[in-house]
Write a protein that binds this ligand. Structure first.
Ligand SMILES: [Mg+2]
Length: 225
């Protein structure tokens, strides 16, 4: 897999995904593939497998769209209060190794740092409260507020309209290849993928984008006095 090689002198703007990039995707996998089916099964008096058989095709149908990321959509679809259920697993919300050091180094270098996430805007506080990451970001951008998922180039047009930035002087890091491809099409110059979005899961094997395995690989060195 390609290793990242960022010249930080060329970068003004650092745009970061949240789940699977700054945070371990294990929470989301456990939540959607275990906790939600179990609660759905309990509510409807069916087995977990029967519940998965109902939920997974529905997920497949809307994958990558705003609905897929919309907690209210899933609350309606499944008859569950998704936001409240997330509280059950908050102890699984974890920052990936090296993230604080990376974000501190960016701050030190006066980079503009944005969080750009497909997470619904109401779920962002659940993650950021738990991890104490709020203070690192100059902008927090949720696709639910932009009106387009990151899988659409419209997402980037609207972001640039609201918060003008130079894609040529930007780095964008995301664990979703479809999202990275769209950012490339839009013209974001420096694009990095994540080697293992779920730290308890499989490695993401690909050769399209340089891969971050640990944030220390790309953390800018401190400015010399
Ligand atoms: Mg992600």
């Amino acid at each position: 897999m390609k290793k990242p090689n960022i010249n930080w002198n060329e970068i003004d703007n650092v745009i970061l995904d949240m789940d699977g990039t700054l945070l371990d995707l294990n929470f989301d996998n456990q939540f959607w593939l275990h906790h939600v089916p179990v609660c759905h099964a309990r509510r409807h008096g069916i087995s977990k497998q029967a519940s998965l058989d109902i939920i997974l095709p529905r997920m497949q149908k809307v994958r990558g769209s705003l609905d897929w990321y919309d907690i209210h959509y899933w609350s309606r679809e499944l008859g569950l209060d998704i936001l409240t259920l997330k509280q059950d697993l908050v102890n699984l919300i974890k920052i990936r190794p090296g993230v604080h050091e990376f974000l501190n180094a960016l701050r030190e270098q006066n980079k503009t740092v944005w969080l750009a996430t497909n997470a619904h805007h109401e779920t962002i506080p659940v993650k950021l409260d738990r991890t104490d990451l709020w203070s690192y970001f100059h902008q927090i951008i949720s696709s639910s507020e932009v009106g387009f998922a990151k899988e659409s180039t419209n997402f980037w047009y609207h972001v640039n309209k609201r918060h003008p930035f130079n894609p040529q002087k930007s780095v964008f890091i995301d664990d979703n290849l479809a999202v990275l491809r769209v950012a490339k099409r839009y013209g974001v110059r420096h694009l990095l993928a994540i080697g293992r979005p779920d730290l308890s899961g499989e490695e993401l094997i690909q050769n399209e984008f340089p891969t971050v395995d640990h944030f220390h690989e790309i953390t800018p060195l401190p400015n010399r006095p």
